[in-house]
Ligand binder design. Structure first.
Ligand code: NAD
Length: 348
């Protein structure tokens, strides 16, 4: 049997990636839709065979509590709406899968965790990179110290977001600019690969003057994170630089490079390491999986077996705390300390 999902918000990600992914999932099925547009609801419901009585508006959202077909609510709304719909969804007795970034602040993230705990429901943040085979493989190699101790990480995520009226450029809906949207991948993936939490951040921020895209939210954030092991991660995100999503892990005896690291497909892993006097270069091609089907199936598995998700709410909360420290550092022009956390989550 499959776990039933209601998808909330029928924008780009939902229509182009999430809804089609149900067709490639093994444990998850689409059973309900929530949208503010009746026309869109009708069209999409017809396309995916969703029953008319399982179509909801934002006003009738709370009635999901009376629908036993729905076990999970998958929230694919603008960032600042995740908290409200998570809390209402948990109160309706449903498990919650929230898109990243989890919220617009650490306070909202904490409120989401509290609401799900209170309702006895599970909460997962859709960090698809943590379920993606190439990224998991890099994590394995780094944690096994395949090329000795890691020393430095470089992670970059850039793209051009061209419409200044889109919610991504409105602070009240996005919570921030390039950092929470795409810089988050650098931040979250560095923590994922290393398995430790940063104790200090130092950041710069920049926005091209006069560009309407950056009236409310920032363009570029460049930051460093210091980890207890001594590793330093150099990260950067930009909203007005040609698409570039990659990272490199530099270790004692070799490096790993993941091109298109944060993309939906086309990831390419390259490794280089010393073999005696010679340098060995290797390209590894791992089978691509539908990242959205994989992460939904993970959550469905957790629900069926009553397990903690690999990326629970606490994982999103930690990213929000670090992002707040990054903004604070950029504003003050000096490093900001974070509390020493030795183990975020005993299940990881
Ligand atoms: P989008 O703008 O394409 O879709 C947002 C949807 O929310 C639209 O259907 C819009 O009508 C609806 N909406 C409801 N209330 C709204 C309001 N007050 N203002 C604006 N829109 C409103 O955005 P998207 O790219 O689909 O992003 C949705 C969420 O998914 C975001 O949190 C984003 O960060 C996340 N996302 C994640 C990934 C990933 O790879 N995991 C990729 C893209 C987006």
């Amino acid at each position: 049997t499959r776990v039933g999902y209601a998808v909330v918000g029928l924008g780009h990600l939902a229509l182009e990636n999430i809804l089609p992914a149900f067709g490639r999932s093994r444990k998850s099925k689409l059973v309900a839709l929530v949208s503010g547009s009746p026309e869109k609801l009708q069209k999409v419901a017809q396309q995916y065979g969703v029953k008319p009585q399982n179509c909801y508006s934002y006003d009738t959202y709370d009635q999901l509590k009376d629908n036993p077909d729905v076990q999970v609510i998958y929230i694919v709304l603008p960032n600042a709406m995740h908290a409200e719909y998570t809390i209402r969804g948990a109160q309706a007795g449903k498990h919650i899968l929230s898109e990243k970034p989890m919220a617009a602040s650490s306070a909202e993230a904490q409120a989401m965790i509290d609401a799900c705990n209170k309702a006895g429901r599970k909460l997962m943040v859709a960090y698809r990179i943590q379920y993606e085979p190439n990224n998991r493989y890099v994590r394995e190699l780094v944690r096994q110290k395949q090329y000795g101790a890691p020393k430095m990480l470089q992670l970059h995520n850039a793209q051009v977001e061209a419409n200044p009226n889109h919610w991504r450029h409105i602070r009240a809906l996005a919570g921030g600019g390039s950092l929470p949207d795409i810089g988050l991948y650098c931040l979250n993936t560095a923590r994922f690969i290393l398995g430790e939490e940063p104790t200090e951040v130092f950041a710069y921020q920049y926005s091209t003057p006069g560009n309407p895209l950056f009236r409310e939210v920032e363009e570029l954030v460049s930051w460093q994170m210091r980890f207890p092991s001594g590793v330093i991660a150099n990260c950067a995100s930009d909203y007005y630089a040609h698409e570039s999503r990659w990272y490199r892990v530099l270790s004692e005896r070799g490096w790993l490079n993941l091109e298109n690291a944060f993309a939906y497909n086309g990831l390419q892993l390259q490794q280089s390491f010393a073999v005696g006097q010679a340098e060995h270069n290797d390209h590894t091609y791992l089978m691509e999986k539908d990242q959205f089907a994989t992460e939904m199936d993970h959550f469905s598995d957790c629900i069926q077996q009553n397990k903690q998700p690999f990326t629970p709410g606490e994982e999103g909360l930690q990213d929000h705390r670090i992002m707040e420290a990054i903004y604070q550092s950029a504003q003050q022009g000096k490093p900001v300390q974070l509390p020493l956390i030795t183990k975020l989550d005993p299940f990881r």
